[in-house]
Design a protein around this ligand. Sequence first.
Ligand code: ADP
Ligand code: ADP
Ligand code: MG
Length: 652
Amino acid sequence: MFAKILIANRGEIACRVIRTARRMGVRTVAVYSDADAGALHVEMADEAVHIGLSPVGESYLRGDKIVAAALATGAEAIHPGYGFLSENPDFVDQVTAAGLVFIGPSAASIRAMGLKDAAKRLMEKAGVPVVPGYHGEAQEIVLLASKAREIGYPVLIKARAGGGGKGMRRVEHPDDFSEALSGARREAKAAFGDDRVLVEKYVDKPRHIEVQVFGDIFGNVVHLYERDCSAQRRHQKVIEEAPAPGMTPALRKAMTEAAVKAAKAIDYSGAGTIEFIVDASQGLKADRFWFMEMNTRLQVEHPVTEMVTGTDLVEWQLRVASGEKLPKTQSEIALSGHAFEARIYAEDAAKGFLPATGTLHHLKFPDTAPEGASMRIETGVRTGDAISPFYDPMIAKLVVHGKTRQAALEALGISLSQTEIAGSTVNTAFLAALAADADFSAGDIDTGLIGRHQQALTAVPPPSSEIVAAAALAASGVGAHAPTRDPWSSLAGYAHFHAMARRTRLRYGEDDILALVSMRPDGRFQVALDAPYDSALDLRAAPRLARWPGHVTVFSGAVGYSFAVPDPLARADEIAAGADSLRAPMPGLVKLVRAAKGETVIKGQPLLILEAMKMEHTISATHDGTIAEIATEGAQVTDGTVLVRFAEEAHG
Ligand code: ADP
Ligand code: ADP
Ligand code: MG
């Protein structure tokens, strides 16, 4: 086994690889761009090397710098993750020429599958069924149009160098062919520098079902069953699962045999995925599936396969790359239960899934899996990290496993509703709506499902009066200096030192909201709301919420309702002046704790140091008193988190 490897990637996949390497006793080297100097993968790795500016072309796509970093740190092998250089055969050549091992297939295997048209020709020869269509060399528009007519409409024009759903156009009618072709070519030229296309029959009620394969350098190839990735938007995967719902023994046998045959045809070693398109218009039939493409790398959705087969595919990658045989034979690989993966993205589902950016002021995943299920959170970000415009806006993959599809789906819904993210627009509500969709629940899926149900899946119900009132209370500052963080808990003995009614202004989208927040003698709160809410509420139950500069986000199910609060500075001052507890003025890391629980401190005494925005901030005692509670060193906190709480008698 290698003593040290370099991971030529970032984000969740870099963290994922580091975790397995560490468990196996393999040391790790991270690489990072300017934007990622403080990123989680850099923190997690044993060593890290800066490789350039934030744009990928200046850093994560610079094979030369990455190879140099591996040589300089004494790494023996390079794991490419997915994306970036993972399917670039020239990079593989560069790596091997430097005397290093590429953790993945050979450059020749990658080349064989790199272009969709050539890959289809090769698969045809190997006896693997391919999607009916034209995948020849000639590219004259007249020829392509006549091929499209032969194939029969609707057809799909695809960039042969394509990936990530780019350079694709579905065409319904011959009249639209030439315009769609120009569009696909333009997009393909811009994204891949290659405008050649293939034309395929657009499969009826298409389901995307793919097979995980694994090979070693001794010529052994096994499959690890299938994943269903039919839940897609813009030809991109949203929720993946394993096994495929409704899979029949006959189709599974045919698909897995075809996948192994495909991998063997190119002497494949390492992790790979054979993607098939299946015509599900008459149920799943063993003669209605066709090869689309092979991804010669670890796939984003590999964790669902790990969950149902009890394997660690990154461990397998490291073993195979270091010259070991496959850890298991085909007969030792069994399926157990059902798994889902939901891709949590910073994006605005309601605005056509527009990518979003922002700072993750609040980021909280469920602590434990729902009863009877297991769960994995694969993420590369922490509270306070930014989703920058430079990279893929994925925040996390939420992966759940249950005994049955129904149990796993319930666990997915529960886990999504317990996930709290504030600071950027995210797709958790959309994912939860999809998980609860009647057709999706029934396993009646195809790649058009999200498009057909888009309106319902992306509609966010307006906030209830209770949600608005909770936001108003949090924004008002009334109760903010209560002895505990939770303003809804008992506040006996509190009323006499604070003014108890305050007018508060909030914004939700375009709506201006006026609220009057007051505390009642029994310590509960009353919030009166102006039009359009026009109500007075008595707040009892503590909702889940996050406060961040200028905003309050109230969580309800998987929806985060974000309210803007004008004049955040005034509130920050107010918090700083608070007598009985000290709160973090911004998200950060508790760097140093200088006082202990039970200690008596004097006004002005430094209590702890908070590191935020790359600067240190000293939090000092605002008055004499005894410390009842203090944050722990190394804790990541959000703004508003109580850092220090004084004992009652200090001011009582
Ligand atoms: P898969 O085919 O593995 O299911 P997708 O097609 O959805 O995955 O996305 C994988 C592709 O998206 C990668 O090949 C890459 O182009 C891009 N990508 C997504 N996330 C990242 C990331 N964190 N880093 C680099 N590339 C990424
Ligand atoms: P990419 O390299 O962008 O992943 P793919 O060839 O894998 O390109 O296709 C992406 C998606 O487009 C598939 O997952 C599927 O949903 C859809 N698709 C591809 N080919 C067809 C087809 N012939 N008929 C219907 N849908 C298709
Ligand atoms: Mg694909």
